[in-house]
Design a protein around this ligand. Structure first.
Ligand SMILES: [Zn+2]
Ligand SMILES: [Zn+2]
Length: 256
């Protein structure tokens, strides 16, 4: 790797690390105002900052948010992308988005609950289904991948998207990624390829695993970096992501 991991943490790092796909401001649950987040992204050497504040169907702050991002563009060299983060609701891939997305350019698709056929389930409820034998680990993984793939296909027209912290919900249910293989991932890989949708390596939650990331990379899916920063100082700071990206895309070094 010849210093690539170290370089990845600096402004001189490789391309994918100069875009932060996943950041929060005080418009949702971030600690810092938009201006501070933009300044931090400049200081981190980013070229593109994707703002992904949390929304639900009943969120009402979007007009002010869109206006603030537009205003911020006038005083930064960064490319600012006005996005939102929304949860995947069910295995049909429905997304918890407001009806009016005027000015929203990007959607981060999140597994904040476990998307089941009848809606978003709390991880404890999924754990109970698994414990009672009413859901097998393989079926749970299959449903989660299917829901995520369909959400990729359901992103409203004219918006880019990415899959945020893939599989972050698994540990909360007692499941892990060891049952994930290329065949299981294929519906998601296909949707991502067809729609040009990236899968995020998430610095905050440290997911998905190197193994999953490598399988996705091999399947032709673009991997991208998200800090999931809720404080300005975490914007564009990639340590785990840089290491995981390097391992995932460097076959021979990973093989051992
Ligand atoms: Zn999230
Ligand atoms: Zn987030």
């Amino acid at each position: 790797m010849t210093g690539a991991a170290a370089a990845g943490q600096t402004p001189e790092g490789p391309g994918p690390l100069r875009t932060d796909l996943h950041t929060h401001t005080a418009f949702s649950d971030g600690h810092d105002p938009l201006g501070a987040v933009v300044k931090a992204a400049e200081a981190a050497g980013l070229t593109t900052l994707v703002l992904t504040d949390h929304v639900r169907a009943d969120t009402s702050y979007l007009p002010e948010y869109v206006a603030a991002v537009r205003a911020a563009r006038t005083s930064t060299p960064l490319r600012l992308v006005c996005g939102v983060e929304a949860k995947i609701l069910d295995t049909e891939g429905r997304i918890d988005l407001p009806a009016d997305l005027t000015g929203i350019e990007h959607v981060a698709l999140a597994d904040h609950r476990f998307p089941l056929p009848d809606g978003p389930a709390h991880p404890d409820a999924v754990r109970a289904l698994l414990d009672e034998g009413r859901l097998t680990p393989d079926e749970a993984l299959r449903l989660l991948v299917l829901a995520t793939a369909r959400a990729v296909e359901r992103v409203p027209d004219g918006r880019s998207a990415h899959v945020a912290h893939l599989f972050s919900v698994l540990p909360k249910t007692g499941l892990d990624e060891s049952g994930v293989d290329a065949e299981l991932l294929e519906p998601l890989a296909r949707a991502c390829r067809e729609h040009g949708t990236a899968v995020e390596l998430n610095e905050k939650w440290r997911c998905p695993s190197v193994r999953t990331a490598r399988l996705l990379h091999r399947a032709g899916v673009r991997l991208a970096a998200g800090s999931d920063a809720h404080r300005a100082e975490a914007v564009g700071r990639f340590t785990w992501v840089a290491e995981t990206l390097a391992k995932a895309v460097t076959e021979d070094r990973w093989a051992s």
